[in-house]
Structures are given as C-alpha cells and as structure tokens.
Design a protein around this ligand. Sequence first.
Ligand code: BES
Ligand code: MN
Ligand code: ZN
Length: 489
Amino acid sequence: MTDPVKLAIESVDTDAVTAHEGVVAVLAEPGQRLDSAAARVNRAQRGALARLVASDVFGKLKPGEAVRMDWPAGMAAETVLAIRLGRKEDAAAARKAGAAVGKALGKAGALICAGSHKQAAQIGLGAVLRAYDFADHRTGERRMPGTVRLAVSDPKAVSADWAPMQAAAAGVLFTRDLVNAPANVLTTKAFAKQIKGMKELGLTVEVLDEEALGKLGMGALLAVGQGSDSPSKVAVIEWRGGKKNAAPLALVGKGVVFDTGGVSIKPAAGMEEMTMDMAGAAVVAGVMKTLALRKAKANVVGLVGLVENMVSGNAQRPGDVVTSMKGDTIEVINTDAEGRLVLADVMWYAQERFKPAAMIDLATLTGAIVIALGHENTGVFSNDDAMAESVLKAAAAEGEGAWRMPLGEAYDKQLKSRLADMKNVGGRAAGAVTAAQFLARFVKDGTPWVHLDIAGTALRSDETTFAPKGATGWGVRALDRLVRDRFEG
Ligand code: BES
Ligand code: MN
Ligand code: ZN
C-alpha cells in the first residue's frame, strides 16, 4: 500500500527559501506585493521572479497554475515553482496550487511558502493528493517523493485545518490503492482482509461468507460469484460516532474484483480495465476510513458486495432466473449486467438490517454513463431531490464532477420480463438510466436514495489535476463532506 507523502507544517523561515534543495514554491499575484519568501527568491535571482510575475505569461495563468523556473541562480533549489495564487483565492484554487507542487515533487521534497494564505491547508491537500504514486508492482526506480514542508505564519491554525483534510487524503489514497490493485492480488478474500484491517481505527467490521449470504437469500449476488474460485463476500463496516439511536446513513458499494462479463463475455480489448470494477466498494471503504480517522460525529454504515464475475462450468448462464433477497425474481438476460444483481441484494440487506436514514450506492455500473458523461462527471440518480442536491453540492465543493440524471416509470418498463418479475437489462437505449431503474426496484418506499454511477470517473487513462493516471478516488471527499454537511451535529 502507498504511504502518503509527509506534510510538515512549520513556521516561515526565510533562510530556508535559499537553502532548500528540491522544489521551492512561492505564491504570487500580479499587482500584489511579493511576500517575504517570494521577495527572498526574487533577490537571489536578481529580479527574475518579479519580471515573471509582471509578464504576460504569468498574467495568463489561471489561479493555482504555476510556472517552473529550473536551476535558479542564488538558491540551492532545483526548481522554483512560481504559483499564481492571490491572497483572496478560494479553496479550489489553493488545492490546485498544491497539486502543481505534488506533480513536481521529487526525492528532495518541497518547501511551500504559503505565508498567511487563508487556504494554506488546502494547498497541502492538493500536494498530497497529486504526489500519489502507485508503485506496489514496480521493481525499478521508484519516485520516493520527499517531505512537503508547508511554511506558514500560523502553524497551529493551519494544523487544525489540516487534520480533517489529512483524514480525507488517507481515505482517498486507500481507495486509489484498492482500485489500482490487480485482480490476482486484490481477490475477494484480500479485499475483505483489507477491510478487516480497518478495525484498528475503531470501526466495527463483519464479513459474511457464502453460507451466511445463502441463508439470507442473496440469490442474485451469489449467482454472479458462482463461476469464480474466489468466494463471494459481503463486508459490513460500521462507524457509530453520532447519537446513540440515530438511524445511520448507509453507503453501499459494488465490489466486483474482476468483471469478465461472465458467459456474455466482454471483448478482449480493454478487458484488463475491469480490475477497477470494485471501485464503488473501494470508495465506501475509503470514506469509512476517513470518518474513523477524523472521528466523525455521525452514524454511517458501509456495505460492500465482493464478488468476481468469471467464466467456468459453474458460471451462471444467460436465461437463468435468480431470486433476490427481496424475493423478486430476475431473468438474467446478460451476465455482464452483474453489478445491479450484486447491489440489489446488498442494498436490500442494508435497508432490512439498518433502517437507514438515507442510502447512497456507488458502482462502476454501466459503460452507458461513460458515453453520456465521459470521464468528468459521475452520474447522479435519486428518488429524493434534497438528497441529490446535497450530493451535488458536496461534490462541487470538493471539485469532484457530478451530474444529475433522470429516473422515471417509462424507463422502468424496459425491464419487463416474459418469465420473471424483471430482466437485468433494458436494451441499448438509456442504458445507465435503466440500470438505475433496476436498482430503484430494491429501494424501499421512504428511503431517500442516491445512486452514483462512477464507471467514467473512478479510473482515468489520463492524469488529472489531483491524480496521476489510474485510480482517482472519486467520491471519497464528496461523501466525507456530505456526511459533515448533512449528518453531523
Ligand atoms: N463493469 C461494467 C461497466 C463498466 C464499463 C465499468 C466501463 C467501467 C467502465 C458493467 O458490469 C457492465 O458490464 N455493464 C454493461 C451492461 C450491459 C450488459 C447492459 C455495459 O455497460 O455494457
Ligand atoms: Mn459487467
Ligand atoms: Zn461490472
């Protein structure tokens, strides 16, 4: 697993500016006076920084963007990062500024001269998120980034701001590690073991095995996993930080550790990506970790369905009819529409057992959502406008893209089956909506519910502002914030 980059919050020492060897980052804004650290850099470079800040190049930067000045004169640093960040810029711009540092970070570490910037902790968060590097399976040279020193005028206040962000960053990195892990390493058993390891943070963890799932009647989930040698499991993670009898928020995650498509097998090209089909479960695990680390004053339960969708003599067939825990029967037209079968049972179980105040599921559910929204936005489906608004607001505040999608009875009709209560696919039209509509059949009346289809956002083939290529950890920070906004205090 990946250790987060170390962030040291310390008071400003202008001598360190010229003595620090790796990256030295200074903040500047055209028309504003250089702060003491920037002034020091400028003096060492005989005015070059001031000229840069006054230039067109700098004037065209967006807040949080940076210009690299490599091998600067008069300093020990390899690189000066001149970041455009005015004193009044918001959290999002500050995070972006930090990401520029995280990206440039090398072995010798970085010194970020944030002075009295109000969003200094957010700069740290951006740096830690972007410095992430998944090197578990590389034997050659590793990046091994050095410490990030965040020099500020009030270290005590910034440390207090940083504490919950550190918890969020740890959750995001945990999620990314799980999503990046190959499927021969992160089997259902290994995933369950990772989740059990979270007990040391004060979480209650219970793992249900196939026998227990059979007794509960989870015929839909078990049918998905029956073709795999890895046993199906459901893990239940509980955080009770709120009022004793307050109904919890339930988070439910799709944890298909590998999705071959089953007998309705996927094309070979790109199939390797389906090692990320457990991202919903990984986000649930990451959020639970964050809540425990920051000792959130809320009751939240996380439930994940861990299965592998494989081909074998025992795999389910197209045309099979399975019975869900709810009791509804499902005709499995396409074994590749497996995520909804898993979620149907786990969502039902979550509601039966916990009577949650609200339920949010996360799943890499459909290719159709990628066609609809690309990689920038998660699809948000909900039976409750207020809950949907809260999720959208929390995602926006954390800079995580999310876009509301429709539900409706007309779509539900596409799921009519000739021989069972429903079929598991609704045809090509509106594939992401009919998938959500399928899930809606397993939501009890009166449960506010949000479905997040993260198929496009969980993993990216290009780097983003806050992550290198690969797993993004989309949703950990949004849901952490949602809990804070709506379920705490
Ligand atoms: N895990 C896939 C969805 C997916 C696609 C995730 C691309 C990430 C990237 C899901 O299980 C699936 O195969 N969905 C099918 C449903 C279809 C058979 C109705 C799909 O989207 O093609
Ligand atoms: Mn599938
Ligand atoms: Zn899948």
